[in-house]
Design a protein around this ligand. Structure first.
Ligand code: SF4
Ligand code: SF4
Length: 191
């Protein structure tokens, strides 16, 4: 006779493991809660973000972790993955949790400002810095605006081709992005 275990806490972990973004060999279920990931994580050093704790919550089936503000303090350096003794990947888990948060519409304030990157794929066919960031970037990197205005010239001097994509290719990119729902997602982010 088989025993039905209701509310299996590993259901959430299995959902993470079956996500398209999860590596096939991700050792999520092997996590021994050693804390190596947190002890080496630069995000944890500078905030209350705790990759070990995040993995623990996933394994305990606490889906509320997707609403935890701290998960937005990971910046995908993959140090956690390189030190994990069982091959787990908190970085990837974080990406999947954020993806779920975005799909549920509870993280638009975190990613809305990046919608401009999405627009650039639609208008010029490549990911480019939104114009709204230009002035801030120029304050952080001296001469950046000047460099940007001379980019084509510099590329030519270096023997590189133009960065501009043909209208025909941009149209193809738009068709593909539309088919996968990219445009719709960008519009939702902007709301
Ligand atoms: S380093 Fe790996 S095994 Fe240790 S707590 Fe982090 S994810 Fe789990
Ligand atoms: S990828 Fe994220 S969780 Fe992993 S060490 Fe870097 S900041 Fe920390």
């Amino acid at each position: 006779m088989s025993v039905q275990i209701e509310n299996n806490p590993l259901k959430f972990a299995r959902k993470i493991l079956s996500d398209l973004r999860a590596s096939e060999d991700m050792g999520l279920l092997k996590c021994v809660q050693c804390g190596m990931c947190t002890s080496t994580c630069p995000g944890a050093k500078n905030s209350d973000y705790n990759p070990r704790g995040m993995v623990e919550k996933v394994l305990e089936g606490e889906e509320s972790i997707i609403s935890d503000e701290e998960i937005w303090n990971c910046f995908y350096c993959y140090t956690c993955h390189s030190v994990c003794p069982v091959g787990n990947n908190p970085c990837e888990i974080n990406q999947i949790l954020r993806g779920i948060a975005i799909d549920k519409g509870i993280a638009n304030d975190k990613v809305g400002s990046f919608a401009g990157y999405g627009d650039s794929f639609l208008t010029i066919g490549i990911g480019a810095m939104p114009k709204s960031f230009f002035m801030e970037l120029n304050e952080d990197i001296e001469g950046w605006l000047d460099f940007k205005s001379k980019l084509e010239e510099i590329r030519e001097e270096l023997g590189l081709g133009s960065i501009t994509i043909s209208n025909e290719s941009i149209e193809e990119i738009n068709t593909l992005l539309k088919k996968v729902g990219f445009n719709k997602r960008i519009e939702e982010l902007k709301k």
